[in-house]
Ligand binder design. Sequence first.
Ligand code: SF4
Length: 362
Amino acid sequence: MRQPLFKLKRLLQWYRRHRRDLPWRRTRDPYRIWVSEVMLQQTQAATVIPYYHRFLKCFPAVHALSRARPDRLMKLWEGLGYYARARNLHAAAKQIMTLHGGRIPRRPEVFSTLPGAGPYTTAAVLSIAFGAPMAAVDGNVKRVVARLYDIGRPILPNDKEITGIAQAVLEDGTDRQVTNAGDFNQAMMELGARICTPRRPACPRCPLRSDCRAFRAGTVLERPVSTPRAARPHLRVVAGVVKKNGRVLIGRRPDRGLLGGLWEFPGGKIEAGETPQQALRRELREELCVDTRVSPMAAAVRHAYTHFSVTLSGHLCIIRRGRLHPTVHSRLRWVKPAKLDSVAMPEANRKLLRELRLRNLI
Ligand code: SF4
């Protein structure tokens, strides 16, 4: 194990002077801290702030969240992505109400049994809310440590060496009463988010520059060592805007899996050799058990999710034969077009809806 070597006091002074005034830093309420930590996973603070406020206005405490309607929850989460986070929060709130008397568990071995509570979330929430001496190692912290210690190998998702270093520095700091765990973790994350950024680290302004091995060795931009990424797949997807009596048909995706629980226009992937219209007719037959007449493309949009990108083309459709019978969606609903704003939709569907409205097609 490499010895802790950087000057913790300097990091903490920098943090106290420069930290952003973020809403979740004004509270010690473990529920609010937990919500913020879940929202901040894979998401920047500036994006999270309005979601955080809206979410807490609707669900100000764990018992309110435990009683949330799933549709309402997903609507509040719409656009934030990684929807499993919202489903896990909901399930965890119910678990807290039934098993823990409505109180957020303070013990790591108990907190970590909540749905979605991995090592990072457990350490972050318990250190910030209760001062538990646990290093919280997210992507920012991994990058900072990999540079400070000039680690010349790819960093693993659950990297024991990095966690060990962060934990050793934290324990050294708490033993010497230089810091508490919450401040230490937030200072490390803040440094990674503001100074030691992935592409343009601001080393001249860094409080740890004199301790940084990568800075000394001139290897800053080579750390962390990157692993070759698989190319992001691109999907061609088609969606049907099925209208009847002034309403439009939407289906709810199954709770589990990609974009689970969100509402969308029915449709699916365009297979090799198919035109979008053929693909849509086939999808609607397979998904809804109906024969449809499909118009030429009405609008198309592109959207990049984290792990794939899509081109989504929308077509107006009329049901010619058959009675709606959902085989893919867990629920179908005919809604007035104006009501589409109040349901949670995947971002690509939302973009398509905007395009259709611009063309007065919906
Ligand atoms: S000196 Fe540069 S590379 Fe090293 S920790 Fe600071 S910002 Fe990161």
